[in-house]
Design a protein around this ligand. Structure first.
Ligand code: TXA
Ligand code: MG
Length: 355
């Protein structure tokens, strides 16, 4: 398949090109597009065949449900059987924005879109190109992140091209995304709202609107007996090609141990990469040392993480050591999102270095 790549920035929307893209989706094709979180791979959410094409392009298991992207909050009523008051309150507070809500599925949404589930994930993204595309496409665009299954989510169009060229109809290049980590997912179908995937919208922000919010604690342990509630969170995801390991402990112990292993692995012929905070990046001697930014700037770290993982792939790094970038935040702040994605990228391979 020949993949058409077009350029479109948020402040320069070309209506003709956008109409083309919308038509591709309406006719059952697949278009990758920018959002404020990561690039998405969009198809018509109301067409079973489109979901199948998305799964095929991603190489993704078809039991992993897709998020339905809408362009106005009212459209929740079209995809959900019933919309609780809490959903309208959250929409009012955070949409357009990086928040996905799980609601009971309406009959008309095909089970292929929801991976066979009786619930549906809905989000209104905060990106002018995405919103305009959704409208042109008929209002309901099913879109997972635009990476091949298992690879880091793309924060730049060049990574979408790398993974999807020849596999989909069109790619809209809108430049760098703003946030760099996928949306927060909150399940509103149970008694207490539950965060299934941490992100930029934190537990505290949700609690300010809803009162008590709980957190799916399986997100931080690799060998829990219970599966995470968002089916997609169970897969080893976001993974770079090199083997990634996270080392935790005091700053002195971690830097010394990483440097010791870098020397050892380099002598074995491995190409070694290190992910560090800006404060400590200068301590390492490895073939490739990447700073994820200051520990004081979690938003900057979130923005950098997937790009760094992809850059290691480009440099053909074979072994990667990472400092723990965000502490033991399991309470649902942005630190929790960074920690959760880094853990997943490492396949939960974490070592605690003690004296
Ligand atoms: O920021 C984002 O959300 C990006 C952009 C493109 O919008 N999209 C994204 O989609 O991250 P994806 O497919 O990579 O991740 C969707 C996650 C998966 O973990 C999936 O299992 C979960 O949402 N999910 C979708 N529908 C669900 C449902 N009905 N119940 C529970 N989890 C659901
Ligand atoms: Mg994804």
């Amino acid at each position: 398949m020949n993949t058409r790549v077009i350029q479109m920035q948020e402040d320069q929307i070309d209506q003709d090109l956008l109409a083309d893209a919308g038509q591709v989706i309406q006719q059952g094709g697949i278009v990758a597009f920018p959002t404020e979180t990561v690039y998405g791979l969009g198809g018509d959410a109301m067409k079973e065949a489109s979901a199948a094409k998305i799964y095929a392009a991603k190489g993704r298991p078809s039991d992993n449900p897709l998020i339905v992207h809408i362009s106005c909050p009212e459209d929740m009523k079209q995809v959900a059987r019933e919309v609780p008051e809490s959903a309208f309150l959250l929409a009012e507070a955070f949409w357009p924005g990086p928040l996905t809500m799980i609601l009971p599925k309406a009959e008309r949404v095909p089970l292929a879109t929801t991976g066979g589930l009786d619930t549906v994930a809905v989000r209104m993204p905060d990106h002018a190109v995405a919103l305009a595309l959704i409208r042109e496409a008929g209002g309901f665009v099913a879109a997972p992140s635009a990476n091949l299954s298992g690879r880091p989510s793309p924060t730049l169009a060049k990574y979408v091209i790398e993974d999807m060229d020849g596999r989909i109809d069109m790619i809209i290049d809108g430049g760098d995304v703003g946030l760099g980590l996928e949306s927060t997912i909150v399940d509103l179908t149970g008694e207490t709202p539950m965060i299934l995937r941490p992100g930029y919208i934190t537990a505290g922000m949700l609690e300010a609107v809803l009162g008590k919010v709980s957190m799916d604690q399986t997100l931080f342990c690799g060998d829990c007996d219970t599966a995470p509630r968002a089916p997609g969170m169970k897969y080893r995801h976001y993974a770079p090609r090199g083997e990634l390991r996270i080392l935790c402990g005091s700053r002195e112990q971690v830097t010394a141990e990483i440097n010791r292993r870098v020397t050892e692995q380099t002598a074995r012929g491995e190409k070694v990469g290190v992910i560090a905070a800006a404060e400590t990046a200068g301590y390492y001697q490895a073939a490739s040392v990447k700073s994820a930014g200051s520990r004081q700037d979690e938003a900057g770290m979130a923005q950098a993480l997937y790009r760094i993982l992809r850059e290691f792939d480009e440099e053909q790094v074979t072994v990667i050591y990472s400092e723990e970038l965000a502490g033991e935040d399991t309470a649902g702040g942005l630190g929790a999102a960074i920690r959760n994605r880094l853990l997943k990228a490492a396949g939960y391979c974490v070592e605690y270095i003690t004296g």
